[in-house]
Design a protein around this ligand. Structure first.
Ligand SMILES: [Zn+2]
Length: 256
């Protein structure tokens, strides 16, 4: 089990010092989701992926090293409203504020990823509410975390589209950016846009797992499926597809 520790960090915006959690990476077990969300045991430390200054509210992976211009956005009304928004879990607000810091700096791919992380926090909160109900009896019960996750994904799509337009890559392999975008669009029920994105991805000449994921996304979008699915689910789906029959005369048994 990875160990969570704390480090003193000096905020680059207000100069305040605070203890921020940091974690030693642990091993992952299980399959990531189609949008690369790690399995539950590997994302338990998601609260260490973003730091939040308790004084000024700067949210960033390292509050000592935000991009230039962070002070202006942190002091804006829009930022402070997001920081305190009751429409999202607190940790999702931290990711959404990190996204605003990246966006003002023109880092749209990073901004998009921060929104995807916010969506994962909302997904987990929605799952928790479904399983255990409103255990706290607080405002949590009136919050619609599923709707909050949809807002985060819609924002991620916008930001990643800007990243693509500006050539800010966010996928390592041919078709992987389109596969991610297709999953975000499908999860928010924008099926036609998801199918277009799948086609862009297939046109990019994907290989291996990325190709399989794109074809699986196509199948899911055509079925109007908005559920979460894993990469191992995509591979299983591929293996269960009817195999193309061998052409005649090439019988593997050698018998004509
Ligand atoms: Zn600060």
């Amino acid at each position: 089990m990875p160990k969570t520790t704390e480090k003193q960090k000096k905020c680059a915006v207000c100069g305040g010092t605070s203890a921020q959690p940091s974690v030693r990476a642990g091993k992952r077990h299980g399959s990531p989701d189609l949008d690369t969300r790690p399995p539950a045991n590997a994302r338990f430390d998601i609260d260490t992926w973003v730091q939040r200054c308790p004084s000024c509210g700067l949210c960033f992976p390292d509050i000592a090293k935000p991009p230039s211009g962070a002070i202006g956005i942190v002091q804006s009304d829009a930022y402070q409203e997001q920081l305190q928004s009751e429409g999202f879990p607190k940790l999702a607000n931290s990711f959404l504020c990190w996204s605003l810091v990246e966006e003002q700096a023109g880092n749209f791919a990073n901004a998009g990823w921060a929104c995807i992380h916010a969506a994962w926090v909302c997904d987990d909160a929605a799952d928790f509410s479904r399983l255990y109900g409103n255990v706290s009896g607080s405002k949590m019960g009136t919050r619609d975390e599923t709707a909050a996750a949809t807002l985060c994904r819609a924002k991620a799509v916008k930001l990643l589209k800007r990243a693509r337009d500006l050539g800010q890559g966010f996928g390592a392999q041919a078709g992987s950016e389109e596969a991610l975008m297709a999953d975000l669009l499908r999860r928010i029920a924008r099926f036609e846009s998801a199918l277009k994105m799948v086609q862009f991805g297939i046109d990019a000449g994907p290989r291996g797992v990325v190709d399989t994921v794109l074809r699986f996304e196509k199948e899911l979008a055509e079925k109007r499926d908005t559920d979460v699915h894993t990469i191992s689910g995509a591979l299983k789906w591929k293996n269960e597809l009817p195999q193309t029959p061998e052409p005649k005369g090439k019988d593997v048994t050698g018998q004509a």
